[in-house]
Ligand binder design. Structure first.
Ligand code: AMP
Length: 409
């Protein structure tokens, strides 16, 4: 949890939104006022469904952790409500404008924030095959909140939405067209809320119109993706049918030769579930060096661990490959931006990804790159042809704003 938590009482707020982000075994939440960007409470339930689950809640300047078995997301939400109540906030009467739910996959159907009714739940449910680890748990959250807070509208905000209008040649895989159509196989793109939010913030920071800027954005967190955005509209992104394609991530492989999968199925007799688990949970940085947390990886590499060094090099190599490709895709690039946990904090990644690119108009200023801050900042020299920025993402704020807009529409 990284938000600065306000110590004032949320009751006095005009527009309050509870944002929920359900992962396969986790649930993050935040209570905030989108206009002022004030965060009143922040929390995370972890290892849901396991014996050792816990929930940590921050409010009123205090952090409380309860270690108790949370059988499913419904129980995690009930525990969350009780933690709010113990801090003097009754979410049933506090006057929530909306509950905003992050939903990973919107398929072809959902590309706008959507106020939930019965049909919406069924339609999202139909997309569960495309995101089996994420969409069902997000829906559990939607159903639970509709039960627990029946008078508060729930709004789904889709991670794929921003990329809905990717150019056809970008969204299309070169596979049998009939099969692709029958199984809704195309490149959808993910982390859209973050890419959209950050691209807007970049324009704000540069005091430019987003419509005039050609941008590359790197969202480098546990999951990682890169996008090319022309005049506010994405024209490329590294994730595809699922959030597995593209960059090397904490536990996900990113790009692999599809032949690897058929080879594993035949030679190692791995099932589709085994392969899915390997690519999602046991690959990426973790697969290469046993460590998916970038800070731990950096410590290991600094201590001379060869596997960690190789993992770092593979990570940087993939990133540079994509940056190069997206520079060519855009033709003219005005600004390149780093965001999310690694992008915002790891100055070595930024320097190594962008180093030796002076001939392409990129000159990193080492002193600016070394600055640690929660604010947007420039890390290139003033005579750099392309500006490189670090801009913190804020998916919760973006989801809250989009939820209010959907309810008020
Ligand atoms: P996110 O998914 O955006 O929360 O990012 C999580 C990733 O950011 C993890 O791999 C963290 O190790 C990494 N991260 C967070 N803080 C730092 C830091 N100070 N230096 C390097 N990596 C960091």
């Amino acid at each position: 949890m990284s938000a600065d938590i306000a110590t004032t009482d949320p009751v006095s707020s005009t527009t309050l939104v509870l944002v929920l982000n359900a992962g396969s075994s986790s649930l993050k939440y935040q209570l905030l006022e989108p206009e002022s960007e004030k965060v009143f409470a922040d929390g995370v339930a972890q290892r849901i469904g396991e014996e050792s689950s816990s929930i940590t809640h921050e409010q009123n300047g205090q952090s409380i952790t309860r270690d108790r078995k949370l059988a499913d997301h419904q129980e995690a939400l009930e525990e969350m409500l009780s933690l709010f109540a113990d801090n003097g906030t009754d979410l049933t009467t506090v006057g929530l404008t909306a509950v905003g739910h992050r939903v990973v996959h919107g398929g072809q159907m959902f590309y706008k924030p959507t106020v939930v009714d019965g049909d919406v739940i069924n339609d999202i449910d139909k997309l569960s095959d495309l995101a089996p680890l994420h969409n069902p748990v997000a829906l559990d959250g939607v159903r639970a909140m509709r039960k627990l807070l029946p008078d508060t509208p729930s709004v789904c905000v889709f991670d794929t939405a921003f990329f809905h209008n990717l150019p056809k040649e970008v969204s299309t895989y070169a596979i049998d067209r009939e099969i692709a159509e029958e199984y809704s196989i195309r490149r959808y793109g993910f982390h859209g809320t973050s890419h959209q939010y950050v691209s807007g913030k970049v324009a704000e920071f540069l005091r430019r119109d987003v419509g005039d800027l050609n941008q590359i954005i790197m969202h480098l967190g546990n999951g990682a993706s890169i996008s090319a955005i022309r005049g506010g509209s994405p024209v490329e992104t590294s994730m595809g049918l699922t959030p597995m394609e593209g960059l090397v991530m904490g536990t996900r492989s990113g790009d692999v030769d599809p032949g690897v999968l058929t080879h594993l199925a035949r030679a190692a007799k791995m099932s589709s579930d085994d392969i899915d688990k390997m690519l999602n949970k046991q690959s990426g940085l973790k697969g290469l060096c046993g460590e998916n947390d970038f800070r731990e990886l950096s410590n290991k590499a600094a201590a001379g661990d060869e596997d960690a060094k190789l993992a770092y090099d593979v990570y940087i190599h993939r990133l540079r490959k994509y940056i190069g490709a997206y520079m060519l895709t855009l033709g003219r690039v005005d600004v390149i931006t780093f965001t999310a946990g690694v992008g915002e904090n790891a100055s070595d990644v930024r320097a190594d990804a962008m180093g030796h690119l002076a001939q392409f108009g990129i000159k990193i200023d080492p002193d600016r790159n070394a600055v640690r801050s929660k604010e947007p900042r420039k890390i290139t020299t003033d005579d750099s042809g392309i500006t490189v920025l670090v801009v913190p993402t804020n998916e919760e704020l973006s989801i809250a704003r989009q939820s209010v807009a959907a309810v008020e529409a």
